[in-house]
Design a protein around this ligand. Structure first.
Ligand code: GLP
Length: 235
């Protein structure tokens, strides 16, 4: 097996989804403790659900202070009912259990220039990322070049299929989204990529072992000096 030098050292393989979620929640808790002003990029999807539940528990117990932090959704659907939006997901799974101020909950749909907003807020300290079966990160679908900032996208058929289960019918599955670009994500001071379940193995393996490639957007993450990958399977 060949892989980018040093990448293997940056992968933590844990035994279960629960262990992945605990470790990920600890990463976020440690960041907030070290830097209460932390600016976090946050994903949605199934993978971070349990991590957010743990963070919600710790927050409800008063063990985490979000009062000075800022959170930025990585992406969101366009033209979707509010209850299906990623902002709603983050509100209902995480934010409402925390003391994160209402004006510190950012979303790319809010502004014309999300990258400028992020810069004005001091830049991202930490980004949590999931990975799509086709190797997408946030909604950077293949092919997406490294030189991409926040932009609108048409979702791939594969991604629409993967998202279908959250919607009542084919016609209500969103076709468009807005997402931080690869350069937005790479500009974060640290990155944590989480992958759970064997169906993510192929994409993760290709991303970590091949050269950076626009046809596999997650592969660009290997160029980041401060990347941690947490997987609950042998990649
Ligand atoms: C979605 C999101 C990503 C997420 C990915 C994986 O399309 N835009 O941010 O990481 O798919 O989702 P899941 O964790 O449900 O597999």
């Amino acid at each position: 097996m060949t892989f980018e030098s040093g990448v293997a050292d940056r992968v933590r393989v844990v035994k279960s989804y629960e262990a992945l979620s605990q470790l990920t929640a600890e990463q976020i808790a440690n960041l907030l403790k070290a830097n209460p002003y932390g600016r976090l990029g946050l994903p949605t999807g199934n993978t971070p659900r349990r991590c957010y539940e743990i963070l919600a528990e710790w927050s409800s117990q008063g063990r985490l202070n979000w009062s000075k932090a800022k959170c930025f959704a990585l992406d969101d659907y366009l033209e979707v009912e509010e209850r299906f939006s990623f902002q709603h997901y983050l509100e209902s799974n995480l934010y409402r259990f925390t003391d994160l101020p209402l004006d510190a909950r950012f979303n790319p749909r809010q502004v014309d220039n999300y990258d400028q907003l992020i810069l004005d807020q001091g830049g991202l300290d930490f980004c949590l990322l999931g990975i799509g079966d086709n190797g997408h990160i946030a909604f950077n679908e293949p092919p997406t070049p490294q030189e991409s900032w926040t932009h609108c996208v048409w979702l791939s058929e594969e991604t629409k299929q993967a998202n279908r289960k959250s919607f009542e019918s084919d016609s209500t599955v969103p076709t468009r989204a807005i997402t931080m670009g690869i350069s937005t994500l790479l500009s974060s001071r640290s990155l944590v990529l989480i992958a759970s379940g064997k169906n993510k193995r192929k994409a993760l393996h290709r991303a970590l072992t091949g050269p950076p490639d626009k046809d596999l957007p997650a592969s660009f993450l290997t160029t980041h000096p401060n990347l941690l990958v947490i997987a609950d399977f042998d990649w």
